[in-house]
Design a protein around this ligand. Structure first.
Ligand SMILES: C[S@@+](CC[C@H](N)C(=O)[O-])C[C@H]1O[C@@H](n2cnc3c(N)ncnc32)[C@H](O)[C@@H]1O
Length: 167
């Protein structure tokens, strides 16, 4: 199993989401972190490293599978601020980042069954990822889309769980 991160000449991570997974979640207006040379569209509009999608204004429904490492926190922070987004990250549920950006701010999560086989930017598929993945919904409509999706995994409302624990 290849669990290493792939780096392109810009030094950034290039592990692409299987297109059928994104299709299962409906149409997205923007992918703010997509490869400079993408093998397929993931949204109507794309920002790449050349634009620096973190510094651009985000509009509409956003798909965000962000760069790995410490940077992920910044991208999820922007997802929280935007409020209309589905993000995909590794399910490192115990981390500070997960507690700050997911457990306390997301509307819902869907833990995917099995491991994703991400794609290389040339369109070929890699081996299984080195960790499980989770889809994170920001915004109630995105949470409902996750809940109704046919993706194989475990869906959990995060905000409603918070409300229940207050009762
Ligand atoms: C994990 S890949 C996901 C690609 C794509 N969003 C998908 O779901 O298939 C992260 C992508 O973010 C891009 N990236 C890294 N830093 C970026 C930045 N500052 N602005 C925009 N894109 C960036 C990388 O080149 C890479 O293509």
């Amino acid at each position: 199993m290849d669990t290493s991160f792939e780096r392109n000449k810009t030094g950034k991570d290039e592990w692409l989401t299987p297109p059928e997974l994104i299709r299962a979640l409906g149409k997205f207006d923007l992918d703010p972190c997509s490869p400079v040379k993408r093998p397929w569209d993931t949204a109507t509009k794309h920002f790449t490293l050349l634009d620096n999608g973190l510094t651009k204004p985000w509009t509409g429904r956003v798909w965000c599978n962000p760069p790995y490492g410490n940077e992920t926190n910044l991208w999820l922070d922007k997802c929280v601020a935007h409020g209309n987004c589905i993000a995909l990250t590794f399910a490192r549920t115990e981390t500070k980042m997960f507690f700050e950006q997911v457990w306390s701010k997301a509307d819902a999560v869907l833990f995917l069954k099995g491991r994703i086989r991400f794609y290389h930017s040339n369109g070929t598929q890699g081996d299984s990822a080195g960790a499980p993945s989770v889809l994170i919904a920001y915004g109630i409509k995105n949470a409902e889309i996750l809940e109704k999706s046919k993706l194989n995994g475990k869906f959990i409302w995060v905000k409603k769980w918070d409300k229940l624990t207050l009762l």
